[in-house]
Design a protein around this ligand. Structure first.
Ligand code: DC
Length: 223
């Protein structure tokens, strides 16, 4: 594959997008951007500044604070920096997971991040995962995939991941968060989660990471 390609991976929460995107990034030597981390970073900023009250964003205060919001992803590690501070662990906390879909449904937030995401695709190409990458951010991406998996499989995976990071949670809480986010992400007015017409659907419920990787590489190289 020519190295200046854009690979878009969209799909449901914890369907394996980031794991596979990282593997493709290493394989094709192109940067990987986890766009969900950017939405989580904005959510952390909003929560820390107290701009969200009863799930309502103070749009005026948020918009005027945008000048003071800088987000960057370290290419080597994928760590997210918010105004120079590494917040990679903080953005995975339940408080952020519980509010991120509300914040991500706002057009002022999406407009702000759309611009940043497009700027990240320079001459080396990239692999980006998210919810609207193949439909809105890079509608002309060279390769588009849409990941799905049964909700119980996704919840179990996410639960195990959080436990291994030492987070105090239950399978039920994780399940509720995932299904609630899927609902908000799929039904919002701006850039909802949906499969692009030209995306290839990948169901990761019953296959290993290795099998999915081989499948993706075969499809990318065949194009
Ligand atoms: O990929 P993730 O589960 O960490 O993403 C967190 C949330 O961010 C997700 O529930 C919806 C939002 N998001 C989005 O709206 N658009 C994207 N391109 C990526 C994430």
């Amino acid at each position: 594959m020519n190295s200046s390609k854009v690979i878009a991976i969209d799909g449901y929460a914890s369907s394996g997008k980031s794991t596979l995107a990282k593997m493709l990034s290493r394989h094709y030597r192109i940067p990987f951007i986890d766009s969900g981390a950017l939405y989580r970073g904005v959510t952390l900023f909003v929560l820390e500044k107290g701009f969200l009250k009863d799930n309502e964003l103070d749009t005026k205060a948020f918009s005027s604070a945008l000048n003071g919001l800088s987000l960057s992803i370290e290419p080597e590690t994928g760590d997210l920096h918010l105004n120079g501070k590494n917040v990679s662990q903080k953005i995975r906390l339940p408080l952020v997971s519980d509010h991120v879909s509300i914040v991500a449904s706002l057009s002022v937030v999406r407009d702000f991040l759309l611009h940043q995401q497009r700027q990240m695709a320079n001459e080396c190409g990239l692999v980006m995962d998210g919810r609207d990458i193949g439909t809105v951010v890079f509608p002309n991406a060279d390769h588009k995939f849409f990941f799905t998996a049964r909700a119980e499989v996704r919840a179990k995976r996410r639960y195990q991941e959080l436990k291994s990071q030492g987070q105090d949670t239950t399978l039920e809480k994780v399940w509720n968060n995932l299904t609630h986010r899927d609902k908000i992400d799929s039904s919002r007015k701006v850039a909802p989660l949906r499969k692009a017409d030209d995306a290839i659907e990948i169901d990761t419920s019953e296959v290993t990471t290795k099998q999915v990787f081989a499948n993706l590489v075969e499809k990318i190289d065949a194009k």
